[in-house]
Design a protein around this ligand. Structure first.
Ligand code: HEC
Ligand code: HEC
Length: 309
């Protein structure tokens, strides 16, 4: 009987991409704990909960097999666990080595875009912002309320705002390679810094809305985000080990997508998983939800570009 249920094509692809040393079946521990979520569970009525704190055994489980991976931070010990720790060693290794990390194709494209003139005035991002290092720490504070518009902006909104309002250029299409590239490049400047979004002041009403959406059941499965990512993190949903659903690695490269994706693309995937009609990219609903996700992830270190299954 296979001990570790991650037997998809995507995993095979990573095996081909990197030479893998065989590992003892440490995953047996994980598989032993994992449960398959059943239809009966979906129907069951669940008590409310908003915590993301984990038991030490859950952290041990997430760390299992992590010999060559980044050390667990004190912050994670205190209760939040990055999706990185829920990944297989093969997937983690892709993320650990920049040369093997396919997300860097987008980051490098973003680096080129940073100095590429666009729009009527022939300006590039660098014309106004100078070196990309000026963006260190910036991405970690998004989503945030834009002073100019009073709207809640993701980094994607902010970049497009600079393009249309300050560069006389066209907005980039959501989840297009170009918008993913420039946002991944900007987020990458904050790699290693803790996520630090504000939820008070002008952000408060958006945060409240996001919190509500996080707990709203949706789709034919009638499941809320928290059902999978709070109550069942550490358990299996078919072949997937459910993580806490943090966003410290976005935009990230998902092997299942075979490309980079934004937080909104991830939410689309999760909406579809519960058979709900996805909200449009960039919508107020997904943006408020993203603020709540970012708050849940506050303190976790930015990994962009992360790699996930
Ligand atoms: C004509 C000048 C100009 C250009 C060109 C420009 N920006 Fe901006 N950008 C600004 C100004 C002004 C602000 C608001 C003040 C600030 O936060 O620096 C801003 C703000 C930002 C912010 C938010 C900073 C924060 O602290 O929240 C980001 C991110 C950003 N720009 C990215 C970009 C990117 C990426 C490009 C290229 C696609 C770009 N900008 C092009 C002028 C410009
Ligand atoms: C039916 C279970 C289920 C529900 C409900 C669900 N998700 Fe997910 N989600 C998954 C699975 C499976 C994955 C991929 C494995 C993982 O990271 O958990 C995932 C991944 C994620 C990730 C990426 C985490 C990472 O580190 O890569 C985020 C963010 C996320 N979900 C957010 C949400 C949000 C927001 C909602 C509510 C709109 C939601 N999910 C609802 C199953 C679910």
């Amino acid at each position: 009987m296979p001990l570790w249920p991650f037997e998809g094509a995507a995993v095979d692809a990573t095996r081909r991409a990197t030479p893998v040393r065989r590992r003892p079946p440490i995953w047996s521990v994980v598989a032993g704990i994992g449960i398959l979520l059943s239809a009966a569970l979906w129907a069951a009525s669940m008590p409310a909960s908003d915590g993301s704190a984990n038991s030490p055994s859950q952290l041990a489980q997430a760390e299992a097999g992590g010999v060559e991976t980044a050390p667990v931070t004190e912050f994670e010990r205190a209760g939040k666990i990055s999706g990185y720790r829920f990944s297989t060693p093969e997937t983690r290794r892709l993320q650990d080595h920049d040369d093997d990390n396919p997300g860097f194709l987008w980051v490098e494209r973003g680096e080129a875009m940073w100095v590429e003139p666009a729009g009527a005035d022939g300006k590039s991002c660098a014309s106004c912002h100078g070196k990309a290092a000026s963006m260190r720490g910036v991405g970690a504070t998004y989503p945030k309320v834009s002073k100019e518009t009073g709207r809640l902006f993701t980094l994607e909104h902010q970049v497009n705002y600079c393009r249309t309002e300050r560069m006389k250029s066209a907005a980039l299409v959501w989840n297009s390679d170009d918008l993913l590239a420039i946002t991944a490049f900007v987020m990458h400047q904050s790699r290693g810094l803790p996520l630090a979004v504000a939820t008070d002041g002008p952000a408060a009403p958006f945060f409240e809305r996001g919190a509500e959406l996080y707990r709203t059941r949706r789709g034919q499965l009638n499941a809320a985000c928290e059902y999978c990512h709070v109550r069942n993190s550490g358990n299996h949903l078919r072949a997937d080990l459910l993580s806490e659903g943090h966003i410290n690695g976005f935009p990230l490269f998902r092997l299942g997508w075979q490309r980079m994706g934004s937080v909104h693309a991830q939410m689309e995937t999760c909406y579809e998983l519960v058979r709900a009609t996805p909200e449009p990219y960039g919508s107020d609903e997904l943006t408020a939800l993203q603020l709540f996700l970012a708050w849940r992830s506050n303190g976790l270190l930015v990994e962009t570009p992360a790699v996930r299954r």
